[in-house]
Design a protein around this ligand. Structure first.
Ligand code: PDD
Length: 283
């Protein structure tokens, strides 16, 4: 049984509780971060913390949480649960207050909890074989840049993709590919690596940022601009990035095979470079 963290305490997972009045339960009024762990070390922790601060600021949460405190409980959870490879999930909600659409009292204590989850990251099957994605309308709100726990639509879209024999769904808005249900979308065409610019319509991925730097280190050209489904289906390679997927090849988009249907050479090189840099900088 896992040890989890709730508001300063370490508890067995079946003893951890939060109030039914927590605004995360009633309004999804909460933000989260997923930090990957490899060899018991945290990948890109500082940048996850910067994005956490930003998400909280955008929602006008009253308090900032000290990053050293967060690092301490992340490390303690990794240790207590002997997590070699997987993730630490962190969630912070506005707090507990009587149900009201208007936030009249913002001076409440945030609810903070975290837990670990084992997951194969380096040797994942998806990374070896590549994944198949289908497309779906992007019906999310237009503040996808805030990492809130309002995840029902992406969860339903991913489930639907599984039912149809795919591994994930890329969401389309006005004819352009936005991102995956929980990852950023990329294509490679004529040796140019393309990913959509980050604004309010997608989440600015921490892995996306790191992979952009890896591409530059490998002297590949990266262009941040929108691409359509047709662009994607005629691309030479495609891939996704996220804290848990790292760089994972996409080999099929709807009924179209990408390239020769196998993970592409640029994608593989990017994954290798990302792993090298991520492990070097892990803390
Ligand atoms: N998801 N876009 C969306 C919508 C996401 O939910 C995520 C991350 C990303 C990639 O961001 P990053 O590289 O910082 O992980 C892009 C996490 C992994 C999740 O919800 O489990």
């Amino acid at each position: 049984m896992r040890v989890v963290y709730v508001n300063g305490k370490y508890l067995k997972e079946d003893e951890a509780k939060i109030s039914i009045f927590d605004r995360s339960i009633l309004f999804s009024d909460s933000v989260y971060e997923v930090t990957s762990v490899v060899n018991k070390k945290l990948i890109d922790f500082d940048n996850h913390m910067k994005r956490l601060d930003r998400s909280m600021k955008e929602l006008h949460f009253s308090k900032k949480i000290n990053h050293t405190t967060i690092l301490d409980f992340h490390r303690k959870l990794v240790e207590e649960n002997n997590l070699q490879e997987g993730i630490v999930y962190l969630q912070i909600s506005r707090g507990v207050v009587d149900r009201d659409f208007t936030i009249t009292n913002n001076n409440i204590e945030p609810t903070i909890f975290a837990f670990t989850q084992e997951k194969k990251i380096l040797e994942s099957e998806n990374a070896k074989k590549g994944i198949k994605v289908m497309t779906t309308d992007d019906l999310r709100w237009k503040r996808c840049d805030i990492k809130t726990t309002q995840l029902l639509y992406p969860s339903l879209a991913k489930t639907d993709s599984f039912k149809k024999g795919f591994d994930d769904a890329w969401m389309i808005r006005n004819g352009f590919v936005m991102e995956g249900t929980s990852n950023n979308a990329w294509i490679i065409k004529n040796k140019i690596i393309l990913t959509r610019q980050s604004d309010n319509l997608i989440l600015g991925g921490i892995t996306r940022e790191a992979v952009t730097n890896c591409a530059k280190a490998l002297k590949y050209e990266v262009s941040t601009k929108p691409f359509t489904l047709v662009d994607a289906q005629s691309a030479d390679e495609a891939f996704i990035t996220s804290a848990t997927a790292f760089v994972t090849p996409v080999i099929k988009i709807n009924s179209s095979t990408v390239g020769d249907g196998k993970p592409g050479v640029f994608t593989k090189a990017l994954r290798e470079e990302y792993i090298k840099q991520a492990l070097n900088n892990a803390i």
